[in-house]
Design a protein around this ligand. Sequence first.
Ligand SMILES: *Cc1c(COP(=O)(O)O)cnc(C)c1O
Length: 391
Amino acid sequence: MAQLNEPNPLKLAIDGGTPSITQAPPAWPIANEEIRSAIDQAMADHTWGVYHGPWLDELNQQLSQYFGREHVVCCSSGTVAVELALRGTGTKPGDEVVLAGYDFPGNFRAIEAVGATPVLVDVIAGGWVMDFDAVKESLSEKTHSILISHLHGQVTNIPTLRETLNQLGRGDVQIIEDVCQAPGGRFDGQPLGALGDISVLSFGGSKLLSAGRGGAVLTNDSRIAQRVKIANDRGNEAYPLSQLQAIVLTPQIKALDDLNARRTENALRLQTFTESLATLSGIQPQSSDVDIAPAFFKVPFQLNCEPWSRDQWLAAAQAEGLPIGTGFRGFLNRSERRCRKVGPLQNCKTAIEQTVLLHHPILLSGADTIGQIEMTFQKLDSSIKAAADHE
Ligand SMILES: *Cc1c(COP(=O)(O)O)cnc(C)c1O
């Protein structure tokens, strides 16, 4: 028989109940013995401290092989990599660069940094990646390039975009593929990062391949590669990646596919689970006639939690132990002086207001923790329903 003082499993942690998540997510970056022995080796032979050495050569070669790209230039961050990619494609002051109105904040600034004008287009309905109809509408004689991100586990169909541009007689427009959130994802058998004219990686501290800081650009076009090298050269490398950073990255490339498989399995399980909920929805599987394998840096959900606010929901979810936060703030409120906006950007607005993102390390937890995440979603869903009935 239930006792009066038995803990109520439905009572929220924020109201004094017991948090649903009993184990903290694995610390990121996760331990990797191969990194430790590589660092030991670099200590023994002093190669950790040199300007030029074997570790960066090895990393460049691994990246080239993994992403199927001839030219690799490593640099100090993903943000710098986006700027180098823009310079590599020859983007000049006065040019227009198309990007989604919902994207990584630095991407807007990188376009401004090279003197070009961001042109904002909408994302797909209920999603986070660029809508190609909006891209078509955005083209002008000033359009120089399109900066396009694979975002929150969604993959953009770059071959179709290329084909569309060619059909419109705009084969001149360069495609810059931002893979910072999706290394290891695949499209039609090809790695993401092998699809654009040039692609961009981040090795930032939270990213799937991490050296704390760092980035890279990859391309098969030797003219683009040459321009990137010139932009990165001030008599000395202006935005270098160090040997020490390279040492920790190579073993992570080898481990990437296995970790992605575990992350993706759990992300898809959670997204499927939300089908039973009224307040939270995961992404729909992307419709495509080719094979798509996403990679998850953040798992996105759209939240509809009336009468609660998103902040209220997030505070309650975080109190339960969920590593979850808001999505990007987007660029909708940037002034018309700084950018050109194509259409009302309604889907961006929805994405900005309703997105919550689960951070990836918890996806490497065991099945019991994934079950606890589901329980947390369920518990919040019930509390909101109760609050709505009360009104
Ligand atoms: C993280 C990120 C970047 C920038 O990378 P940093 O290394 O943090 O500068 C760019 N684009 C996207 C989509 C990102 O997620």
